[in-house]
Design a protein around this ligand. Structure first.
Ligand SMILES: [Zn+2]
Length: 346
């Protein structure tokens, strides 16, 4: 074979390989913002973060619907050795997805066990085109809260364009129910009679639902719409572990009736206890409240009742800090949707 006819591609590859070998590792180009530097003073942890960001760039994803890639990575130290673990989002059929951070933590568990996920995962790093203010969705907050040492967990975003690295505490994405302000029937944005009706409806809803697995955290919820209707639902579990959430359930009923704007939602749990409102359910409420915002209405009031006449009240905006909704990604589509789906007044 004539050597002169060697494919030029191979030659180019050889040159590229030589250039790559002589380049400094790209980790050197990541730099922390000054606020992030104070959060991570430890040089070893910084090096692990930069290593994870380099790896995250190549995490495989399949966001066939949104085309929004979530590329995540972490470095865990197991038996004195550092390991990079990747996660990426996959979207399928109706808008459903395996999310980047859930995928990542599940990979850590499959490779090194649940103890490694709880004790060795110090951070979740995202390689992103743009590091905005948005944090994890509600469900990923529930998952990270449940399986990691979440008080210590850091969230890292490395911006691809300029390689700045922003770090925050995962705990800043959480607001425990006990932190919701105490309220009275006079202080909430519905009348005392409406509050009583909603509390009763939520308590009755809680008698139902399906609780074959979820015995301790069962809740009922009731929502009042601007048209004066009440929708209610209780949590329901099943063998496939696709839990149906009470707030999501009542909102779906209201949406089905094209009754898109709610004034208040009351949640009740076991008598004498404050109900737990999962972050996933807060995400449903936040999305719905963004419709209110779009229509110039007050945000939905989220009210917890302990069954003994005490209340706490907040908003989904406050209960799910740094959240995102379709109103933010596609404002015009949401505007058009609501305009075309709102029943016309007769
Ligand atoms: Zn998520």
């Amino acid at each position: 074979m004539n050597r002169l006819l060697l494919p030029t591609g191979l030659f180019l590859l050889a040159i590229l390989a030589a250039v790559a070998a002589s380049s400094p590792p790209s980790t050197a180009s990541w730099h922390l913002t000054s606020e992030s530097e104070t959060l991570v003073p430890d040089a070893t942890l910084r090096a692990q973060i930069f290593r994870a960001l380099d790896a995250a760039e190549h995490a495989g994803t399949d966001p066939s619907i949104s085309h929004f890639k979530v590329r995540a990575a972490t470095v865990v130290t197991v038996d004195g050795e550092d390991h990079v673990v990747l996660g990426g989002n996959t979207e399928y059929e109706v808008p459903e997805a395996i999310h980047g951070e859930s995928s990542l933590l599940n990979h850590v568990t499959s490779l090194y066990g649940p103890d490694a996920t709880r004790h060795a995962v110090r951070f979740v790093a995202f390689f992103s085109e743009h590091c905005g203010a948005g944090a994890s969705c509600g469900d990923c907050r529930d998952y990270q809260h449940a399986v990691t040492d979440y008080q210590r967990l850091l969230v890292v975003c490395g911006q691809s364009s300029d390689h700045t690295v922003r770090i925050s505490r995962f705990a800043d994405q959480l607001v425990e129910e006990e932190k919701f302000p105490m309220a009275s029937p006079e202080s909430v944005p519905i009348t005392a009679a409406e509050l009583e009706r909603l509390t009763r409806a939520a308590s009755e809803a809680r008698l139902g639902g399906v609780t074959l697995f979820s015995t301790t955290r069962h809740t009922g919820a009731a929502g009042l719409s601007y048209t004066g209707k009440i929708y209610r639902a209780a949590g329901g579990d099943d063998a496939a572990f696709h839990y149906r959430y009470p707030i999501g359930g009542l909102l779906q009923q209201a949406d089905t009736e094209r009754d898109y704007y709610l004034r208040a939602i009351v949640v009740v749990g076991e008598k004498g206890q404050w109900p737990v409102v999962s972050y996933r359910d807060r995400q449903y409420g936040f999305e719905s409240s963004s419709f209110n915002h779009e229509a110039g209405k007050l945000p939905i009031a989220l009210i917890l009742a302990d069954g003994l006449g005490h209340y706490r009240a907040t908003t989904f905006e406050a209960a799910l800090p740094h959240a995102f909704s379709t109103a933010e990604f596609m404002p015009q589509a949401v505007k058009d949707f609501l305009a075309s789906h709102t029943p016309t007044a007769k």
